[in-house]
Design a protein around this ligand. Structure first.
Ligand code: GLU
Length: 476
């Protein structure tokens, strides 16, 4: 590659965007250059090509697994199926996983995988073949395992793919008692944890809800405190966008627009998310949803009037060409890398509050961590304490009733008596993680007078990673 081409490619690579954000944060810290370089760079990049027989043809599939950081093990991160998958993208997404895990105190190094296919045009049978072959390639190179590297769902993959990965791993690892922990995001019937599916979307909701509780921030963008009545636009109705939309809707926010690949729909009075999904399943598209306006050019939906914009699909959707037209006062990065550094600067100058991906979409990996712990402990959450809590609560209520000489109504009693189920514990663990993460970033932003939440989040992540290097006795 000539020098000229290389510098042009580098300037526009997704990885270099993340490096820029990292460098901004590094200015607030006095850390040796070499150590910063070590944190930034990808520890291992594995690119593979393998043949798969599709129909009568042999197709050569291009795939990746990148382990960005080994400062904590196992490495962790999803696997993406998309025709746009490339090395730069997988490396960047792996790096984001490292920072994300550090921010929410999840003890993993970052990783990411990708297979360059379009799952929408490949039969289920062939997707299974490709997934199983990819997994055996990972096993062959010791790039998967409960203590090595633990994949999860990402764009284009879900529970189904995770169960094929687990099954392939198990069949090639006889006697591995912890085999279930080799992958997360599995169906509950196969060792998954309740609450994983909606975790990223719910985490996005918890993060934005917390921001909207802050008087100072809401005043800075001219909004009232609280989520009720806020106008929200969601781009992407996949697993993350769909669940986020549902939680915002339930909390009283008004979903004014939803955008998908084929176009967007708009209704200033609000869209009923579950009805949109029914319509999507029936017609194969969100367009022509009753009482809403179609927007043919889906990107235009990002520019509509709203309070909160949630890009929940792919990277680089808000860039220097459309940033000036964005009207949202808050942008919640549910996707990884949806705002380019140039757009970030433009929006920052306009006073838009951006809640960064490395914090806001960490709900997925947080609950993946809970799933991994469940698999390693071989016991369902709540199994040990549910009955115990119920018995304790019964006794407590009896004492209250006797001393007050008053009977508590049966329905209220039932609610108070109930011991925690797995879903209750997972959700409260997620809520606590997201609230704590938000305040750690906010406090750091205030104390170091950092210009925005993204830089503060990077500062927090770098500090955490340095801590673990110090604990390991590396780079004293
Ligand atoms: N793919 C998700 C992410 O980007 C989840 C990763 C995981 O659970 O390991 O955060």
């Amino acid at each position: 590659m000539s020098k000229k081409t290389k510098s042009k490619a580098d300037a526009y690579s997704f990885f270099s965007c993340i490096e820029k954000n990292f460098d901004k944060a590094a200015r607030y810290l006095s850390i040796k250059k070499g150590l910063l370089e070590q944190i930034k760079s990808c520890n291992a990049v594995y690119r593979m090509h393998f043949p798969v027989k599709i129909g009568k043809e042999i197709q050569v599939i291009e795939a990746y697994r990148v382990q960005h950081s080994h400062h904590k093990l196992p490495c962790k991160g999803g696997i993406r199926y998309s025709i746009k998958v490339n090395q730069d993208e997988v490396m960047t997404l792996a790096a984001l996983m490292t920072y994300k895990c550090a921010i929410v105190d999840v003890p993993f190094g970052g990783a990411k995988g990708g297979i360059k296919i379009d799952p929408q045009i490949i039969s289920t049978e062939n997707i299974e073949k490709i997934t199983r072959r990819y997994t055996s390639e990972l096993i062959k190179k010791i790039l998967i395992g409960p203590g090595i590297d633990v994949p999860a769902p990402d764009y284009g993959t879900g529970e189904r793919e995770m169960s094929w990965i687990f099954d392939t791993f198990l069949s090639l690892s006889p006697g591995e008692v912890d085999a279930l922990a080799c992958v997360t995001g599995k169906p509950v019937s196969q060792g998954g944890v309740r609450g994983r599916k909606e975790a990223t979307g719910l985490g996005v909701f918890y993060g934005i809800r917390e921001l909207c509780k802050m008087k100072e921030e809401m005043l800075s963008v001219g909004l009232d405190v609280g989520l009720n009545g806020k106008k929200v636009i969601i781009q992407g109705l996949g697993n993350v966008g769909y669940h986020a939309a549902t939680f915002f809707h339930e909390a009283g926010a008004i979903i004014v627009a939803l955008a998908e690949r084929e176009g967007a729909i708009y209704n200033k009075k609000g869209l009923n998310v579950s009805n949109v999904i029914i319509h999507l399943k029936k017609t194969g598209s969100i367009l022509n949803f009753p009482e809403s306006k179609n927007i043919e050019d889906t990107e235009k939906a990002l520019e509509l009037e709203c309070d909160i914009l949630i890009p929940a699909a792919l990277e680089n959707v808000i860039h220097k060409h459309n940033a000036n037209r964005i009207k949202a006062k808050i942008i919640g990065e549910a996707a990884n890398g949806p705002v380019t550094p140039e757009a970030d600067d433009i929006l920052g100058k306009k006073g838009v509050l951006i809640v960064p991906d490395i914090y806001l979409n960490a709900g997925g990996v947080t609950v993946s961590y809970f799933e991994w712990l469940k698999n390693l402990s071989h016991v369902r959450y709540g199994r040990m304490e549910k009955r115990f809590s119920e018995n304790m609560n019964t006794e407590l209520l009896q004492v209250i009733e006797t001393s007050c000489r008053k009977k508590i109504p049966i329905e209220e009693k039932k609610m108070i008596l109930r011991g925690p189920r797995e879903i209750d514990l997972v959700r409260s663990g997620l809520e606590d993680t997201m609230i704590n993460g938000f305040h750690k970033i906010r406090d750091l932003k205030k104390s170091l007078k950092i210009e925005n939440m993204r830089t503060a989040a990077f500062v927090l992540a770098i500090n955490k990673i340095i801590d673990s290097y110090e604990k390991l006795g590396i780079f004293p």
